[in-house]
Design a protein around this ligand. Structure first.
Ligand code: ADP
Length: 162
């Protein structure tokens, strides 16, 4: 049986922390579907197309990773894609409360799908899309924290805004 996981997130934008979890997940799953949240109520910096473009460029080397988009319940999307797992990354303790709540709710909604948490590499423990955006907004150097395409696009984005 093919082991499939969905890896849901906003990826606004993708960071090296996201990719660290993806690579670790590929040791457990045969296929991982990056499931980009399209929820229009969230205030994204990048459009869906831009988030997809940056992800596509960042995962070129992996043949068993696919990109897809979804809205609505994560467990429904997992079932649709015949995934047994929902992959999530854990950083510092601050992630725990929220992730715990979500995982328990998702389990209640669908007992067939298991949430799998992987611990991020130590170097990414404080990396998040939002902190990167905050630093980049004021000209901070984010090299080495995000894939090269993200570094470029984020610079362009903030240059347009000023
Ligand atoms: P969401 O809005 O659903 O939290 P994100 O794109 O912020 O979407 O995150 C998607 C997943 O990636 C989450 O499980 C999050 O904990 C994980 N993640 C984000 N940054 C890192 C990181 N630096 N190390 C490990 N996991 C991370």
């Amino acid at each position: 049986m093919e082991r499939i996981a969905i890896y849901p997130g906003s990826f606004d934008p993708v960071t090296n922390g996201h990719l660290d979890i993806l690579e670790r997940g590929l040791k457990l799953f045969d296929k991982i579907i990056l499931a980009i949240l399209t929820n229009p109520k969230k205030n994204f910096l990048f459009t869906l197309e831009q988030r997809i473009e940056m992800l596509e460029d960042s995962i070129k080397e992996f043949s068993n990773v696919k990109i897809d988009t979804f809205d609505g319940l994560t467990v429904d999307f997992a079932a649709q894609r015949k995934a047994q797992g929902i992959l999530r990354g854990l950083r510092a303790m601050s992630d725990f409360e929220y992730e715990f709540q979500m995982a328990l709710m998702n389990r209640r909604l669908n007992r067939e799908v298991q949430t799998v948490f992987l611990m991020t590499g130590l170097r990414w423990i404080y990396t998040s899309s939002s902190i990167i955006k905050e630093a980049a907004q004021f000209g901070g150097n984010i090299k080495g924290m995000v894939p090269p395409i993200v570094e470029k696009k984020i610079k362009e984005k903030y240059a347009q805004r000023t």
